[in-house]
Design a protein around this ligand. Sequence first.
Ligand SMILES: Cc1cc2nc3c(=O)[nH]c(=O)nc-3n(C[C@H](O)[C@H](O)[C@H](O)COP(=O)(O)OP(=O)(O)OC[C@H]3O[C@@H](n4cnc5c(N)ncnc54)[C@H](O)[C@@H]3O)c2cc1C
Length: 306
Amino acid sequence: MITRSALLYLSEREGLKDFAARFKLFKKLTIRFVAGENIEEAVEAIRLINQKGCTASFDHLNESVKNEAEARAETEEYLAVLARIDETGIKSNVSIKLSQFGLQIDPELAYRNARRIVQEAASRGNFVRVDMEGSDVTQATIDIFKRLRAEFGLNEVGIVLQSYLRRTMDDAHDMLTIPARIRICKGAYKEPPEVAFPDKKDIDDNYVKVMQLLLSSGTYHGIATHDPKMIAATIDYMQRENIGKDAFEFQMLYGIRRDLQEKLAREGYNVRVYVPYGKHWYPYFMRRLAERPANIWFVMKNMIKG
Ligand SMILES: Cc1cc2nc3c(=O)[nH]c(=O)nc-3n(C[C@H](O)[C@H](O)[C@H](O)COP(=O)(O)OP(=O)(O)OC[C@H]3O[C@@H](n4cnc5c(N)ncnc54)[C@H](O)[C@@H]3O)c2cc1C
């Protein structure tokens, strides 16, 4: 039985990443979770998502770039995405990871690159979500986000918090004083028990508490989950507190619980689908398998079918 932590361990192996990326065969495995290798494939996926009544967020897959030139290339990719959103009229914003822009090389480099994206988005009336990565970069990510938020508006740049982190409730209070638009999710990385709750129950309890704090804040936030219990808790809370459906959005990942995405959209909730694309899909793909090791069988069946 392959466990969550074994899959998360494999997700961090650089050698496997390069090995997997080189083989076309692996592309077939990823179709369920990754919208394609280039912008145009992602645009087509988003058109279909829009037709189902959902909005989207582009995510160009390429974590932990190794040098300044790669970080610049990532920045150019996102500038092109923002232009393409305008040209095609699709309903989408963008999600970025600061490691893509050089966070591990030099935080100033990541800040400058991220700033270019947020500036471009702001000039186009669009929005940039700064994803949250492993706990080794939580503080650096928050620091850069705060600088960006000081320069740009509430509806131009937002952040992500993870309910598995012990620090998240404090961060949520802090962010709301700015104020900032927050996406709350459970958290997808391998973390030690000192920084993250090891038990699902604690992660879920914290998720509900943060979700309630966000919904009551009056700012537009993202409730990111596929967990029917978290979704039910959100709907229950908003109904009890008389909070409107347009005061927040549900967010889910491309290819996961499409039935639920469409059902919530039909019921009048705002639903945004996070759409990853690109050649460097390996760590993202492995984190999705880690969330639900049963998906390995789904993937293998597809491979055998050819
Ligand atoms: C829009 C969005 C953005 C995200 N951004 C970030 C981020 O910036 N940083 C970060 O650390 N994490 C991010 N995540 C990932 C998140 O942290 C979780 O790892 C992921 O969403 C799984 O948690 P869950 O809330 O869906 O519930 P879980 O407790 O993992 O699962 C609950 C139920 O949801 C369904 N489900 C969950 N995952 C899958 C799957 N892979 N395949 C099929 N069914 C599944 C199953 O029915 C499962 O029983 C994001 C998630 C979403 C939806």
